[in-house]
Design a protein around this ligand. Structure first.
Ligand code: AMP
Length: 619
């Protein structure tokens, strides 16, 4: 592919399609890309030279949205309509947040404690996904403005500890912002990539990524094996960061003046001035050994030594986390090959020193710690753009993969968003006595009924030796390799009969189709649950009829005429219920039949007349 030069400063000519890297942060977000000329990752800055977009949004009276620096002033002026730290809400239910609720100045609605949270602003409700999408849109706009070309593809980073729901929420936010999220990658992985770690295929290393930002701390232990990153462990504190350091500095100063001279809590402006003075001095101490400031008519000073003392307890907490993460990864300190620093607070010499001393090695700190994650995301984006062909990448499956089981139900073997390569196997059995073959139909999608999903392939496992229903053990294994190729293998374990096919899961499926399938699954979620329940009830009902019939035929001699006639009537009633759309009725009829058969089934079992029924459930 011919490369076309671009001047990021002037925004002159560009490539047709750029893939950007986005760090969607709790306090700040950034967008970066690998410069086509220099082949170096760079963050995109606005007209004022600012790279960071504060992750803050303000929603005006008429629903107008302001994002970033412009929204910051509203934090004080209009707190109930100004949203910050939305990342903390991603993929969370109200229940998850109840302990930290008072840290938010805006309203989080709590009607349904189990479902995903919503933020209420005026009369409107916003999901964290939607709110994040506004930040992402701002980044997309910034990139398009700077590059003078449409930008619709991105790699977005998330903390290593994000679960599936949080990752999916991030992906959905991207989609909503008109961004095709090619990949969600872990922040520590991105930071390591920014330092070139893991970029050579034979590299095998263990890395500790220490990330201390404004409000959160986490440490991740990563292992790179032949270009594949794996998170061995993470630990941290979601409420520990530079903000705590600022508070500690203010407290240190306040102890030096009489209580009567200290600002009152209500004097928000003065409290704020103290905080800002602390931030200023803290930042200065990252470059010089002491600093002074005048605030509220008092002059204060701070030197490196004092600062180290003040922050010692906080640093200790982070190092205890590192210890934890190492223990979880079953590693000792000397097994760590590289240490990477991330987050604005790691600019502090005191922190660098302590972290280096803890790990007993020098740390990677050459890059801007606020930018490393975005820079690494840009490197990943560049790899995805095909500019670095030797590099092996891990992907995730965009949709669930499974097979059809009884009643046309989808049985998911690989849930969507599973990291690949991946392998899973599950056992199935036959429904009919003497069944010699089994059809394996492979589907992709999120709906409960297979007909609502997309059929990928179908094959027959033939040659199953004649056995009673339920006896054969057919193991169906799904294996997706790193290229996204799915191999489905079915094997009858007792006889060893085996068959396999290879499928390319994404072949022919456009992003729009993936999106539609996902949307459908959300829209139809309630219907699907109902349908599934009905199908399950019918399948159970049919099974019960079959088992009862077998039993009654076999042991007719041991049953009284009354038992036989009542059973026949109950069976007929159940048979009728199976033709109707009422799962509760089916359950009632099943229960009635069970009630009827229980006494004689127990009797027959007790007499140990049969071994054939062992393991069957007749309750
Ligand atoms: P982040 O969330 O990664 O953007 O980190 C922001 C935090 O880093 C804030 O608490 C800042 O005060 C802190 N920070 C930024 N620059 C410096 C610096 N030069 N020295 C010390 N702390 C800094």
């Amino acid at each position: 592919m011919p490369k076309i030069g671009i001047n990021i400063a002037t925004g002159s000519l560009q490539q047709a399609e750029m893939i950007v890297g986005i760090d969607l942060g709790t306090t700040n977000s950034l967008v970066a890309l690998v410069h086509p000329d220099t082949r170096k990752p760079v963050v995109l800055k606005d007209q004022n030279g600012l790279a960071l977009v504060p992750s803050i949004l303000h929603i005006g009276q008429h629903g107008e949205i302001t994002v970033g620096e412009a929204a910051r002033t509203f934090l004080k002026e209009d707190p109930s309509r100004t949203i910050f730290s939305v990342k903390r809400l991603m993929g969370k239910s109200y229940k998850d947040l109840s302990s930290s609720q008072d840290l938010f100045t805006y309203k989080i609605i709590d009607e349904d404690k189990e479902s995903l949270v919503k933020v209420q602003v005026g009369q409107q409700f916003y999901s964290p996904i939607e709110l994040s999408s506004y930040i992402l849109r701002e980044l997309k706009d910034r990139a398009e403005h700077m590059l003078k070309t449409p930008v619709s593809k991105a790699v977005i980073t998330v903390p290593a500890y994000f679960n599936d729901a949080q990752r999916q929420a991030t992906r959905d936010a991207g989609k909503l912002a008109g961004i095709d999220v090619l990949r969600i990658i872990n922040e520590p992985t991105a930071a390591s990539l920014a330092y070139g770690l893991g970029m050579s295929p034979e590299e095998n290393k263990t890395i500790a990524v220490y990330d201390l930002g404004g409000g959160t701390f986490d440490v991740s232990i990563l292992q790179i094996n032949n270009g594949v990153f794996e998170v061995l462990s993470t630990h941290g504190d979601t409420y520990l960061g530079g903000d705590d350091i600022d508070r500690a500095i203010v407290d240190f100063w306040l102890k030096q003046i009489p209580v009567s001279a200290q600002p009152k809590k209500e004097d928000i402006l003065m409290v704020q001035s103290y905080r800002l003075a602390a931030v200023q001095v803290k930042h200065q101490l990252s470059m010089q050994s002491n600093a002074e400031v005048v605030v509220g008519g008092h002059s204060f000073s701070l030197d490196q030594f004092q600062l180290e003392e003040i922050i010692a307890p906080l640093v200790e907490r982070t190092l205890a986390s590192c210890q934890h993460a190492l223990a979880d990864a079953k590693l000792s300190i000397n097994q760590i090959d590289e240490v990477v620093l991330v987050g604005g607070s790691t600019r502090m010499p005191a922190i660098k020193k302590k972290v280096a001393a803890f790990f007993g090695r020098s740390v990677h700190d050459a890059l801007d710690p606020d930018q490393v994650v975005a820079l690494g995301a840009a490197i990943q984006a560049d790899i995805l753009a095909g500019n670095n062909k030797d590099f092996l990448l891990l992907d995730i499956t965009p949709l669930s993969l499974g097979i059809e089981t009884m009643g046309s139900l989808m049985d998911v073997l690989i849930p969507r968003n599973t990291k690949i390569p991946f392998r899973v196997a599950r056992q199935y059995t036959t429904q009919q006595d003497g069944q010699g073959s089994m059809r394996i139909s492979v589907y992709q999608g999120e709906r409960d009924m297979v007909q609502d999903n997309r059929k990928l392939s179908e094959f027959n496992l033939t040659g199953i030796p004649g056995m009673p229903a339920g006896v054969p053990k057919v193991e169906v294994a799904f294996l997706i390799n790193a290229d996204g190729i799915l191999t489905v293998r079915a094997k009858e374990i007792r006889s060893g009969v085996e068959q396999e096919i290879e499928i390319k899961p994404q072949y022919g499926l456009t992003d729009q189709e993936v999106e539609r399938l996902l949307l459908d699954s959300i829209t139809h979620a309630k219907d699907d649950i109902k349908k599934r329940a009905l199908v399950e009830a019918r399948t159970e009902g049919e099974q019960l009829l079959q088992t009862t019939e077998k039993f009654v035929t076999k042991y007719a001699a041991s049953l009284s005429p009354k038992e036989l006639s009542v059973t026949a009537a109950d069976m007929q009633a159940l048979q009728l219920a199976l033709t109707m759309e009422d799962k509760d009725l089916i359950h009632q009829r099943m229960e009635a039949l069970n009630e009827t058969s229980r006494p004689y089934a127990e009797r027959v079992m007790d007499q140990a007349v049969s071994t054939a029924l062992k393991g069957q459930k007749i309750e």
